[in-house]
Design a protein around this ligand. Structure first.
Ligand code: CA
Ligand code: CA
Length: 218
């Protein structure tokens, strides 16, 4: 075969790879304990429209209890429509910690979908204390400018937001969770997350008023 065609094929392959790679946003690393679970992805074309947190509540009165606060996150994937988020078609979670219970489900308003997040995280201290790492999460939806705050715990500081491009939506989740450390060692459970940002189709961009029909940013 002609070398020129081989070379063109190679370039084509590279271009395709870049075209299909979605953006990934990682939370600011405040603590870095644990291992990253598997990246889970919403079914093709569906968007994250709601979220739910698994939290071990802080127990201030029992000094023996080792608290871990945020343990897991569920993202609900679906097709937002003018009549609201509708029924989710799938739920993604990645890894989760062993403690706590699932709280309320929070939904984006109207036709909204998730496009950004911020974590509330406790810095590591050198004292021998009960660390809890990430405590809570806020999700930014495409409808409205306010982050929706989850029902996690209240310790630590809100870190800077991570937001997909205006033409994208959140479509995947990966969590970093510290495995159980045993009875005599401190546990923190969930430490960090990554989200995947998928590109909207041209039709969706027009329908959400992000570009006009001549393909220009509105
Ligand atoms: Ca422990
Ligand atoms: Ca702890």
């Amino acid at each position: 075969m002609d070398c020129k065609f081989l070379f063109l094929g190679f370039l084509c392959c590279i271009a395709l790879q870049f075209a299909s790679a979605n953006d990934v946003l990682t939370s600011p690393i405040v603590t870095n304990w644990g291992v990253w679970g598997a990246f889970q992805h919403c079914p093709a074309g569906t968007k994250v429209i709601g979220f739910q947190l698994k939290t071990e509540p802080w127990d201030a009165w029992d000094v023996v209890i080792d608290d871990s606060c945020l343990n897991g996150i569920k993202f609900y994937c679906g097709h937002p429509s003018s009549s609201g988020p509708g029924a989710p078609v799938d739920v993604i979670t990645s890894s989760e910690g062993n403690w706590g219970k699932w709280g309320q489900i929070f939904w984006c308003d109207g036709r909204g979908f998730a496009r950004g997040f911020m974590l509330r995280s406790v810095e590591a201290t050198t004292a021998n204390v009960d660390e809890s790492a990430t405590n809570n999460i806020r999700i930014l939806c495409s409808e409205g400018t306010q982050f929706i705050e989850g029902d996690g715990e209240r310790w630590g500081e809100w870190t800077s937001p991570r937001i997909c491009q205006e033409t994208q939506y959140i479509c995947g989740l990966q969590t970093q969770v510290e495995p159980p450390q045993g009875i005599s060692t401190d546990d923190t459970a969930l430490n960090n997350i990554r989200v995947e940002c998928c590109d909207m189709t041209k039709e969706e961009l027009v329908s959400y008023g992000i570009v006009n029909s001549t393909n220009k940013l509105a």
